[in-house]
Design a protein around this ligand. Structure first.
Ligand SMILES: [Fe+2]
Length: 180
């Protein structure tokens, strides 16, 4: 007997799978960057891959704790090729917007069925999505500042270096471009 409704557990499992998909997407993106020699971006994205696996684990723990069964379902292969670094980060912004809408939807469903245990659990994710969107929007702004449509050469090098430095201080939600 589970503590929360089966219908909500099903939705939570849906989100668990989306978190795993997010991790896999960042994993593929990091590999692409590494191949392009963009070691800073690669380091940042592998860090982000790890964060997504932590989100995945949070859903697993919660589902199991409330007496449900956490289940990984079928997943389509995440994108592994990108036109440019701009294209890659645009893809991330769209993906994170989608994830935010999924979390919002989930909160709505939990509230509808007066499931305050689940809605409280989801509070953390609401805050996390705000930070994610803020961070990636800032990165896209910086990309456009450095070279809208054609980030290359020295500016691409500078951007990559800033991304590598961001990895350790990711909760600042802003990248520091040092042109020196
Ligand atoms: Fe996530």
């Amino acid at each position: 007997m589970s503590i929360i409704k089966d219908e909500i557990i099903k939705l939570l499992n849906g989100q668990l799978n989306k978190e795993l998909y997010s991790a896999s997407l960042y994993f593929n993106m990091a590999g692409w960057c590494d191949k392009q020699g963009l070691k800073g971006c690669s380091k940042f994205l592998y860090g982000h891959y790890k964060e997504e696996t932590e989100h995945f684990d949070k859903f697993r723990d919660f589902i199991n704790k409330v007496g449900g069964q956490s289940i990984i379902g079928e997943m389509h292969a995440p994108q592994n090729d990108f036109k440019s670094i701009e294209d890659l980060f645009d893809t991330i912004v769209k993906h994170e917007q989608y994830i935010t809408s999924c979390i919002n939807e989930l909160v709505g469903k939990a509230m509808e069925s007066k499931d305050y245990i689940t809605s409280r659990f989801l509070d953390w994710f609401i805050q996390e999505q705000l930070e994610e969107e803020e961070l990636f929007n800032d990165i896209v702004v910086k990309i456009n500042m450095l070279g809208k449509g054609n980030l290359e050469g020295r500016n691409l090098y500078t951007f990559d270096k800033a991304m590598g430095a961001l990895d350790t201080e990711r909760h600042s939600n802003s990248i520091d471009i040092n042109m020196q």
